[in-house]
Design a protein. Sequence first.
Length: 169
Amino acid sequence: MISQRRIFLPLKSPEKLRAGDFLLLNGSLAVARDSTLRKFLSSSRKSFPGDWAVFYCGPILRGSVVLAAGPTTSSRMDWALAGILSRGVNVVIGKGALSEDGSAALMKRGVYLEAPGGAGALLASRVTAHRTIAYAQLGAQALRLFEVRDFPVIVSQDYKGRNIWRKKS
């Protein structure tokens, strides 16, 4: 059986996590994608909402219900990573490998967690509450805040840069 650790956000000691760790996240996640990140990073906002964690996702909603919350491919957001980290974020969540530039930007500043791709309905079932924070006109890409309970992720890149996607030398 694979062991999972229950983690509560904000993550105060990201350096204690290791690439390959399975986690169940509990707390608040800022939810953002391409358009949201462009608007946010060009604004005067100093920090993201939530517990210093950003989930790359464009959820599918019906009224107040989150139907699906599948992760977005993280390498597409690497252009924004330095700006996200400069606003106090130390956890980013998405799917797939980071680019080399994204990986380098994250080292010693935070951790990259992967949520399971293709499991949007499962991940949505772990969202206990949500609200739109800004940019409602962007629809699915609005800046949202999710409260999550036992949200499954794997540490894809840890604080020291160990990465499950890169071959060991």
